[in-house]
Design a protein around this ligand. Structure first.
Ligand code: E4P
Length: 220
């Protein structure tokens, strides 16, 4: 399973690449706003951090854009900035034709804001390179997320679609493990989710105990 970092903070991205060797980055308008930098500046900075690698960076088209005429040139403009960029399009009717047109030009799309298997199916039919079903929001809403992702993985495999599934809005390690068991390709989460996920109180307790024994023992 690949781990992506959901962030537009360059220091976090550098740290996550160095520490966890994360496989890619996902951004959204909230992350860009939190970075405190203008959209184009920050995505260019992120592009530099992954330059020369296979790591993808998902960058989202202006969410106001709701027509082919608006989305298409903006997607092409963003894709021209970096070969690592995958263009994020919201799962709305006009986006499907844009996905097909971009796929023909070898521009990769991440279809985002997916909350139903039907949306995922249509995005895969339209040639999305990534699809991003959000589980955190659904879980907060009391919806079943394991069945949701299981259906999407099954549909993808039934029809041999090429799309990779990025499980998004992941909040904790239990969700990551659940998604790995379901054979989802990728998860994307904030840095704290990975950091907290690899901790366990018994690991800390063990370190404390073993260092005490170590300190009472001669080395040679
Ligand atoms: C995924 O690509 C999204 O950026 C992300 O997971 C959105 O969810 P959140 O902002 O609620 O974490």
């Amino acid at each position: 399973m690949q781990f992506f970092l959901d962030s537009a903070i360059t220091s976090e991205i550098e740290y996550a690449i160095d520490t966890f060797n994360i496989d890619g980055v996902t951004t959204n308008p909230r992350h860009i706003q939190v970075s405190g930098k203008p959209f184009l500046s920050v995505i260019r900075e992120i592009a530099k951090l992954v330059e020369g690698t296979e790591k993808t960076v998902s960058v989202e088209v202006n969410p106001h854009f709701m027509t082919y005429a608006e989305m298409m040139p903006e997607a092409e403009k963003l894709a021209a900035i970096s070969p690592n960029f995958v263009i994020k399009l919201q799962c709305v009717e006009p986006a499907f034709k844009v996905m097909e047109a971009l796929a023909k030009k070898n521009i990769r799309v991440n279809c985002t804001l997916i909350f139903s298997a039907m949306q995922a199916l249509q995005a895969m039919r339209s040639g999305a390179y990534f699809i991003s079903p959000f589980i955190g929001w659904k879980e907060t809403n009391g919806e079943d997320v394991k069945g949701f992702i299981d259906d999407i993985v099954t549909i993808r495999d039934n029809y041999d679609f090429d799309s990779q599934i990025i499980v998004a809005a992941v909040r904790n390690a239990r969700q990551i493990v659940d998604m790995a068991v379901l054979d989802a390709d990728i998860v994307t989460a904030g840095l704290a989710v990975y950091q907290e996920g690899i901790q366990h109180p018994y690991t800390q307790e063990g370190i404390q105990k073993f260092t005490q024994f170590w300190d009472k023992t001669k080395y040679e």
